[in-house]
Each structure stands twice: as C-alpha cells, then as structure tokens.
Design a protein around this ligand. Structure first.
Ligand code: HOC
Length: 365
C-alpha cells in the first residue's frame, strides 16, 4: 500500500502537508525563539550510550509497573489538547490505538472529545486524565471526579502552564485554537462549569474557558485540596527543579513528570533531559519519575530510562501520526516505536527496563 512515514522527520513533513498552516504551526512550534524546543533534542545528542556485548539478550522484557499496574511497554501518550487540529477522530482514534498496545493514553482537559466519550471507546484500557487547574476550583474538582467515575486511573496535574507561553508562530498566524472551540468538549459537558456561565451559548462557553484556563494563583495548597478530593494517584507534570521534585515527595504526591511542555512554555529553560538526572537522584525511587519533551526514537527511550526515568511520554510524534493516518497512523507509529525500542534495549546490552539503569552513558559536549 501507500508508504507511511517511519522517522519523526518524515512524519512531521507528512503532517505539514495535511494540516492547515495554523494548526501545524501550533503543534510544531515552541515558545519564544524556540531555543528550548531545540535543546530538548540537541541535549539528547550530548549523551551517548556505551553498549555492553555478550550479555544474552535473547529474551527481552520491556514491561514496567506504575501504581501497581503492569504495562507491556515503557511509554505513555502525553496529554495533547485540541487533537481535532490533526484529525476529526482526535482523542477517540488515539485512545483506541493506545488501547491496542496496552499503552496508557493521557487525555487532556482541553481535549476534542469528552472524558465520557473517550471512556466509552476505551473502557477496558488504561487511561489517565490530565487536569488543567481552573480559576473556578470547583470545575477542577468536578473534572477530576468525572475522570475517576469514568474509569481513568490517575490524574496528571500540569503545573507549568499557569498561563500560556509566548508563542510567536501562533501570533504570526493569528491562531488561537481554544477560541476556535477545539478544546471545549470537557467544558460544554460539565454541569459545574455550565452553571457558572450567564447562559449556555457557544460564545459564553468559549469565554468561560478563556476565563478559567489561566490559573496564576495555583499553589501547593490547591494540590493538597485536590488530593483530598480524589482517590486516584496524582502526578505533577512540568517539574524541572530538584527542589520542586523534593516538595512533591514531601507533599505526598504520587508521581512526577519531568517536562518542559515540549519547549512550548518558557523559552531559555533547561532541556528536559538535562533536568532529569538531578531529579531522579533527589527522588531516589520514592515515587515514579516519568519523562517527556524530546523522545523521538528507541535510543531516546534507552537514554531517558538510563538517566533515571521510570517511563517516558510521547507527544508530537503521535499528533503527526494522527494527522497522517488517523487511528491506523498512530498504530503504525507505536508499532515502530515498540520495535525500535526493543532493538535499542537489546543492542545496548540490557534485557529489561530495570537493566537499563546500569547502562552507561557518557556525556560529550
Ligand atoms: C493555559 C492555556 O498544552 C499547548 C497546550 C496549551 C493548552 C492551553 C492552556 O499548546 O501546549
């Protein structure tokens, strides 16, 4: 049949041909001058794997355990909002593709289908819910409650997006997907949110989202309050400073995600891969440390895990695969990533995820 892109670069190229310029620009770009977007990748290249040989890698086990659940692969699909920018089937397609491989799908608060719609197409498969704090805290609590009720297994609270980063590509394109309604599904189906509006018109819903989504006052007390309101494990996404990682452990948080939001928030900050080792050290296995921002291939998975991550999340690659081929496209991407990761682990000389922690990396400048 038709050739489906294999590498990240080809996928990005293909996505560009099928998405509108505004939508593609939104997904591809980073904040400011995109220094951090670039260093998320170039800093991976500063770490080189020093493989071992003659280690008998005839049987490879890539499974991981998170919050007492075992998964076959060390990946999750990172929360990405407004997936209808890439494909009409959006979250439904991605959740079903992830389900085929038992990979947890992390649904975004600003998703294109609601929590309940996603749960309906993936009732038996692992899914987590990403929470964007709302100015109106009762909306946040209610969304967490809906996710728990719908069978989601963890809450990922994003803490690096109290306001949107400075995104020049979107300013140039005058592109604002929230205003266009691509991320409204969870709001227009939320009774607590709707009750806070003057009326339920499309206009009021969009304005309500815009009023709620920036939440500059978010602090540790809010997190403590959320923790009281849900039985689900809570992960904080967007941790880069070891002191914040330490505070997360001290505040009884269940996991963290080392991430700089794919370089989309503050430009000029540390690359995620450079931030990882110090955080892994301070957390010292007390809670899971997940990683995102820059994973493109199997060798990146090896590097991130060798530097202390328990699992990694994939973002832009699956958005491009979704644009290029819908659910089938995401499945092809995952199939390739799974195979490439297996090959990479084996050729590094390890035969399990735990074994990767003793794989040696050297830093070059
Ligand atoms: C505070 C506004 O995660 C992205 C999204 C942002 C969603 C809107 C949040 O583009 O990185």
């Amino acid at each position: 049949g038709d050739y489906f892109p294999i590498s990240y670069e080809e996928l990005e190229e293909r996505a560009q041909t099928v998405m509108s310029a505004g939508a593609f620009g939104y997904v591809r770009s980073g904040a400011g001058g995109e220094e951090t977007l670039r260093s998320n990748r170039t800093d991976f290249q500063k770490h080189s794997i020093v493989p071992r040989v003659l280690t008998d890698v005839s049987s490879i086990n890539t499974s991981i355990t998170l919050f007492e659940k075992q998964y076959d692969h060390p990946f999750l699909l990172a929360p990405v909002g407004m997936l209808k920018l890439a494909h009409e089937d959006a979250d439904l397609a991605v959740a079903q593709a992830a389900a085929r491989y038992g990979i947890p799908f992390v649904q975004s608060t600003v998703s294109s289908y609601s929590i309940e719609e996603v749960a309906e197409v993936s009732s038996l498969s692992p899914k987590w819910f990403q929470l964007y704090w709302s100015n109106n805290r009762s909306v946040s609590f209610h969304m967490a409650e809906r996710a728990e009720k719908a069978g989601f297994e963890a809450i990922v609270l994003t803490v690096d997006t109290v306001m949107l980063g400075w995104r020049e590509e979107d300013l140039r394109n005058r592109f604002s997907p929230l205003k266009l309604g691509y991320g409204k599904a969870n709001y227009e189906s939320d009774q607590v949110f709707l009750q806070s509006l003057p009326d339920e018109s499309e206009e009021s819903i969009i304005q309500g989202i815009l009023n709620n989504i920036h939440h500059p006052s978010l602090n540790w007390e809010d997190v403590a309050e959320l923790k009281k309101r849900t039985k689900l494990p809570i992960l904080l996404k967007g941790i880069l400073h070891p002191k914040d990682a330490k505070l997360a452990v001290e505040n009884g948080i269940d996991g963290i995600i080392v991430s700089n939001h794919g370089g989309r928030q503050l430009d000029g900050i540390i690359s995620a891969i450079s931030a990882l080792p110090a955080i892994a050290e301070i957390v010292n296995k007390q809670i899971p440390v997940l990683f995102d921002s820059g994973i493109r291939r199997g060798a990146d998975v090896v590097k991130a895990i060798a530097l202390g991550a328990d699992a990694v999340c994939i973002g832009r690659p699956f958005v491009y695969a979704l644009a290029a081929g819908g659910q089938k496209g995401v499945e092809k991407l995952l199939e390739n990533l799974i195979q490439e990761t297996k090959v990479s682990i084996s050729l590094a000389g390890a035969s399990s995820i735990a074994g990767l922690s003793s794989v040696k990396l050297v830093q070059t400048t």
